[in-house]
Write a protein that binds this ligand. Structure first.
Ligand SMILES: [Zn+2]
Length: 85
């Protein structure tokens, strides 16, 4: 009976045991492990933000060959100095 009750709370017990172990594991990894973990989190966030900005990044500014100012691709002349792009 006790085993049956334990299996019912298996997930809770797993979390109660696994979370402290995971915390100890993270603590035990030290700065290198944290850096790897932080890098993984940053990569995930970067990929997510990359997906949301996908429509925005299609409009790439064209740099003027004369003054180097960024111009919208649809412009034929530089909006700052008038040089043909
Ligand atoms: Zn220009």
């Amino acid at each position: 009976m006790a085993l049956l009750v334990m299996s019912n709370f298996g997930l809770t017990l797993f979390l109660l045991v696994a979370l402290p172990i995971a915390a100890l594991f993270l603590f035990g990894m030290g700065p290198l492990g944290w850096a790897v973990l932080a890098g993984a989190v940053v990569l995930v966030l970067w990929f997510n933000s990359n997906d949301s900005d996908a429509t925005d990044s299609t409009v790439t500014p064209v740099n003027c060959s004369d003054c180097g100012s960024p111009n919208d691709p649809e412009h034929t002349t530089c909006q700052y100095c008038g040089t043909e792009l």
